[in-house]
Design a protein around this ligand. Structure first.
Ligand SMILES: [Zn+2]
Length: 244
């Protein structure tokens, strides 16, 4: 039978201690510090409306899946802004406005290329209402966009003519916001355009990927992520946010 002397017992203890330090270091390495939204951070919830979820006129595949994720992260934010796509009947982005044209074709408008969509989010309809399961009573502002008949607006900051501001940039600057976290629908259109414009306006910009869903029209989803990465938009997951 082996008898453990004092020296080998000490070696065993010091080995255990260094193992535990290594394990702790490994854990720190595996889990970088989470992002804690501060008073200068704002959550933007893009177009979580009936039209873009199952049963809507322009349903994004699994669009409804963003709702529980957004509801989970929203309480971590002191500032939340919602957006609503808000078109008049006969809007320039509707295929039905052009005889012979079909949804998802593109057309040249005065301001450039425009994807044609099915009629969607018509002002005052239940299709345009926010999803009833979205639970963010503290949201302080709803930005409606695309309400001019001749101009579409994917971005919450600037309309598709790239000249007409929505006013959101001024609102956020006046409120001294610095960091913008974008969620909602759809990743490759309104979310991406909003994030790119937030970056252009000088905000630190994050897109919470699992709080978004895409349409992916002819590779548009990969193209949107590529462009956002090139412009310095940071791609994160909801688990990267400290919910505290
Ligand atoms: Zn629209």
């Amino acid at each position: 039978m082996m008898h453990m002397n004092r020296r080998s017992a000490l070696q065993l203890l010091s080995g255990a201690a260094s193992f535990s330090i290594a394990a702790r270091a490994g854990r720190l390495w595996a889990q970088p510090r989470k992002l804690k939204p501060d008073a200068a951070s704002v959550l933007i919830v893009v177009d979580v409306q009936n039209c873009f979820i199952a049963g809507g006129t322009l349903a994004v595949p699994r669009g409804e899946d963003v709702v529980p994720v957004i509801n989970r992260v929203a309480p971590a934010f002191q500032n939340v802004v919602l957006t609503q796509d808000w078109h008049p009947a006969g809007h320039a982005s509707f295929a039905s406005s052009y005889p012979g044209r079909k949804p998802f074709e593109t057309i040249k408008l005065a301001y450039g290329e425009q994807v044609l969509w099915p009629d969607h989010c018509v002002q005052g309809t239940s299709d345009a209402a926010l999803d009833k399961d979205l639970n963010i009573p503290q949201a302080e502002l709803i930005v409606r966009k695309g309400f001019r008949r001749q101009i579409d607006s994917y971005s919450a900051f600037q309309e598709a003519d790239r000249k007409t501001p929505t006013g959101l940039g001024g609102y956020l600057r006046e409120r001294r916001m610095r960091r913008v976290f974008v969620t909602g629908l759809a990743t490759d259109f309104c979310v991406a355009w909003t994030a790119l414009d937030a970056r252009r306006a000088g905000f630190d910009t994050y897109v919470i990927e699992d709080a978004c869903r895409g349409i992916d029209l002819n590779g548009s989803l990969a193209a949107a992520w590529k462009k956002m990465a090139e412009r310095g938009v940071r791609r994160i997951q909801s688990t990267d946010i400290e919910l505290g």
